[in-house]
Design a binder for this molecule. Structure first.
Ligand SMILES: Nc1nc2c(ncn2[C@@H]2O[C@H](COP(=O)(O)OP(=O)(O)OP(=O)(O)O)[C@@H](O)[C@H]2O)c(=O)[nH]1
Ligand SMILES: [Mg+2]
Length: 579
């Protein structure tokens, strides 16, 4: 699950980097923060599992200049944290180990991942992917043994650049101290953070800093109202700190000296796995919404392609296979049959030719003259190419429609551009595949002719009477001319001799067989065209197109990856950590 959250976060960040849409930016930025916090909280779960004796972590979180660093020093009872009147002064998480050695914090580097652990004195102000860890030697009666974390603010203009450090430290904390000043306690950014932290179930206190005398009650009541709006858990302990004009150092109230030590005793990790799961579930639907939308777009695309391909296949059937004037494949088989008939009359006609070439005509190829394909410029090929073009036109129109709709508009626009750029390639590939099919289907035409020829031998009377007619001789001559490329298939079909032969055969004892052969050839032709051209060529290429979309604009998380992650999210067994 941790890996999936990291992947999701990475994709959100990449896409956000490419986006110019402001509404979209705010939404994505929010989700990135949720993901960062969740990733850190899952890492915390791993830390608890791998190093159960981890030191206690207490983090001070708050808006800039609220006094986080100042209060860190109050709690540490020294001046380890750097305080400044300049806004956004602290920009990295600084951990101060009280009564704890740095060696005991070994698991932290793993927790912080790409953030580098440095000495406070070695940290440069311009580097945000690091944190410091220092041992403090003071006596700090307000603190239990712990790492006390001073953190950067989360509300200044610059804060987005170092927010990850804040979120990582927030998720690490076993106790959270929200530091607000009287000027800042009502800021939306404070309550957004307070709301965001609720699923982490951390014991929390609020330090209300820079108070003027007498305003305490009023401000605490107001804080309470805001808390009840933001959170569902109990209003936490408030530590009011009066502004110390002279010393600059607030004084921790006497009656709350033991507050942190008491809270420390209540820390319990037994529900951490459940809290992780609740946190994931809280945001899950929102996070995966754009991925689902991408999957939906892909499904829509597949449906569109399927519909267009289905129409094209139907049109091929009606405009070619079932079309009385356009369909010519079976006629080619008949032409082959006539060539196969060794008819005496036919032989006489061919005598001149036979002197120079060898029968059957197929062997002409051996003499360097390519046998013309019966229908190189066939009606079928023209129609197939038109159908492919029509499929692409229909799809391009549909894509434009989708690009006008509110959902996944950018995906469809980009996809529409992609289809336009690939259109020519797809059509050229289709034309090539159609020619290939046409050439190789010649073999099936010849086989049909051979079967008819064999069948004809079962009817010697018919064979002989065919051979005896002058018409058959004429037809054979026409077939040969067709074979040699002298005439086209349409001249052949409508030649009177051929029409007569067709009628003769259809009305003969072979009529039924002829009809069946035509039917079978057509069926086989339909299946071949459907599979090799409409499915394996054009459809496959169209369905592969989404893979060519730029990965910087889209999530590209597959349905299988998403299902695997969702399954992990829902796997829950008593007491077992599964995330
Ligand atoms: N006089 C006086 N100054 C205070 C008090 N509390 C905080 N300050 C001042 O407020 C300013 C900001 O305090 P910091 O502790 O640096 O605030 P911060 O929240 O860490 O600010 P960033 O690191 O910029 O986010 C400093 O100049 C402090 O000296 C107080 O009680 N009295
Ligand atoms: Mg500070």
């Amino acid at each position: 699950m941790l890996e999936f959250i990291q992947l999701l976060n990475l994709r959100y960040q990449t896409i956000l980097g490419q986006s110019n849409n402001d509404a979209y930016k705010v939404k994505f930025q929010q989700r990135i923060e949720q993901l960062l916090l969740t990733e850190a909280f899952l890492r915390k779960g791993r830390l608890i599992n791998t190093s159960p004796k981890q030191p206690l972590n207490i983090a001070l979180l708050g808006p800039t200049q609220a006094g986080k660093s100042t209060i860190t020093n109050v709690l540490l009872n020294n001046n380890s944290a750097e305080v400044s009147p300049l806004a956004s002064y602290t920009v990295q998480p600084h951990g101060f180990c009280y009564q704890i050695t740095i060696d005991a914090c070994a698991g932290l580097q793993n927790y912080f991942g790409r953030f580098q652990q440095l000495q406070q004195s070695d940290i440069s102000k311009n580097r945000y992917d690091c944190y410091s860890l220092n041992e403090v030697t003071s006596n700090a009666p307000l603190l239990p043994n712990c790492i006390l974390w001073d953190t950067p603010d989360f509300d200044s203009i610059d804060s987005s650049t170092y927010r990850e450090g804040v979120l990582r430290t927030a998720a690490l904390a076993d106790i959270v101290i929200i530091v607000v000043s009287k000027e800042k306690y009502a800021d939306q950014s404070v309550w957004d953070m307070v709301t965001m932290l609720e699923p982490l179930h951390q014991p929390t206190i609020i330090c209300l800093n820079k108070l003027s005398e007498g305003t305490e009650e009023l401000l605490i009541n107001s804080l309470k109202e805001k808390w009840l709006l933001a959170r569902t858990d109990n209003f936490p302990d408030i530590v009011p700190l009066i502004y110390q004009k002279q010393s600059g150092t607030p004084i921790w109230p006497k009656d709350q000296q033991t507050l942190l030590r008491k809270l420390a005793k209540q820390i319990d990790y037994k529900n951490h796995a459940k809290f992780e799961q609740d946190l994931l579930k809280k945001y899950w639907q929102e996070w995966i919404e754009p991925i689902i939308a991408e999957h939906k777009a892909l499904t829509n695309w597949k449906e569109l392609v399927d519909i267009c391909i289905c129409h094209a296949t139907e049109n091929y059937q009606s405009d070619y296979l079932d079309h009385p004037h356009h369909y010519d494949t079976f006629q080619k088989a008949l032409a082959e049959l006539l060539n196969l008939l060794e008819i005496p009359g036919f032989s006489r006609i061919l005598t001149g030719v036979r002197k120079t070439i060898t029968w059957p005509a197929r062997q002409i190829i051996k003499f360097g003259r390519k046998k013309p394909l019966i229908a190189d410029n066939s009606q079928e090929l023209t129609l197939l190419n038109q159908l492919a073009e029509h499929v692409l036109i229909q799809l391009a129109d549909k894509l434009l429609d989708y690009a006008e709709q509110p959902h996944q508009r950018f995906w469809w626009k980009e996809f529409s551009r992609l289809l336009r750029s690939q259109r020519q390639n797809i059509l050229e590939d289709f034309t090539y595949a159609a020619k290939e099919y046409h050439t190789s289907f010649q073999q099936d035409v010849e086989e049909t002719a051979q079967h008819l020829y064999i069948k004809l031998h079962e009817h010697p009377f018919l064979l002989n009477s065919l051979r005896a007619t002058r018409i058959t001789a004429d037809a054979a001559a026409i077939a040969f001319t067709l074979h040699m490329g002298g005439i086209g298939i349409h001249d052949f079909i409508f030649a009177p001799a051929i029409l007569t032969i067709n009628a003769l055969l259809a009305e003969s004892a072979l009529g039924n067989y002829l009809h069946k052969s035509e039917h079978n050839l057509k069926k086989h032709q339909y299946n071949t065209v459907k599979q090799s051209l409409f499915i394996d060529s054009i459809s496959l290429k169209l369905l592969e197109l989404p893979n060519q979309l730029s990965t910087t604009n889209y999530f590209n998380i597959s349905p299988a990856q998403l299902i695997a992650a969702a399954n992990k999210l829902n796997e829950k067994q008593h007491g077992l950590r599964l995330l």
